[in-house]
Design a protein around this ligand. Structure first.
Ligand SMILES: Nc1ncnc2c1ncn2[C@@H]1O[C@H](COP(=O)(O)OP(=O)(O)OP(=O)(O)O)[C@@H](O)[C@H]1O
Length: 251
């Protein structure tokens, strides 16, 4: 079996005297459905920033598919197969969903150096965009402009855009945050349709989603890993209940 899609080895990050990430070791399996949870301020966003290359660690390593990327830029990491959900403001609001996906695909093919003749290229992009949307159950949105979509639908399109990069690893940073519960259900369904060969790491406060979606869970507390295990391990762990699940009032 090839190297895990994503590995963190002894990651450590300090801001001045404050250690925000403490000796984090994590390995995402092929096709992982892995959730990272923890109370506010546990260091989840910092860890994502270390993985994507927005921040450099004070010590430790990040590897993508066995390649050490610790010193590489965010862009290089994306090219090696690390995608995160795009922010909504990166969508072209006046273009349709299909056009947005088409542009992301065009950028990827351009990067791959696989630019063919214009007409053939356009047809191939349209077909690939449609296929990607169909896989996610979003084909009915293809012709809609982003500025006509509800917030939850825009978040679905962000995920489709990230997948257009054909990543090995997909990072989802609070995919249902701010999404009304009626739309959240649709987002759940989309997450269940993510391609099996993509390893997914989700940071999420919504425990219903975490327990439904994830196969493994890592609990972060004060920058370090408290425990990692299966959903049932985490549900029954008394320490997790104390530090996290007991605090359901968490925003
Ligand atoms: N640039 C920075 N400089 C100094 N301290 C920082 C910086 N970024 C984050 N921190 C601190 O690091 C700790 C972890 O923050 P982080 O945002 O990673 O936590 P989090 O688990 O994502 O929290 P939340 O669930 O509230 O989003 C916090 O104490 C925060 O104040």
């Amino acid at each position: 079996m090839s190297a895990p899609p994503l590995e963190l080895h002894g990651l450590h990050k300090t801001f001045g005297a404050l250690a925000v990430t403490r000796d984090v070791n994590l390995s995402l399996a092929h096709g992982a459905r892995h959730a990272l949870i923890g109370p506010n301020g546990a260091g989840k966003s910092t860890l994502i920033n270390l993985i994507t290359g927005v921040l450099s660690p004070t010590a430790g390593r990040v590897s993508i598919a066995g390649q050490d990327v610790t010193k590489l830029s965010s862009d290089r990491r994306v090219k090696l197969g690390l995608a995160r959900t795009f922010q909504i403001n990166s969508l072209f609001m006046r273009l349709t969903v299909a056009e947005n996906i088409g542009l992301a695909l065009a950028a990827r093919h351009g990067l791959d150096g696989r630019i063919g003749r214009p007409l053939a290229r356009r047809e191939a992009l349209v077909a690939e965009a449609a296929e990607g949307l169909r896989t996610l159950g979003l084909l009915d949105l293809a012709g809609r402009r982003i500025n006509e979509l509800a917030y939850g639908q825009r978040r679905q399109v962000e995920i489709a855009l990230a997948l257009a990069l054909k990543p090995k690893v997909l990072l989802l940073d609070e995919p249902v945050a701010g999404v009304p519960s009626t739309e959240g259900k649709r987002l759940f369904q989309l997450l269940e349709r993510l391609p099996e060969d993509v390893a997914v790491l989700v940071i999420e406060h919504d425990m219903d989603l975490v327990f439904r979606f994830a196969k493994r869970i890592t609990v972060l507390v004060e920058g370090g890993i408290l425990v990692e295990g299966s959903v049932s391990d985490i549900r029954s762990d008394p320490h997790v209940r104390d530090v996290y699940l007991g605090k359901r009032g968490h925003d």
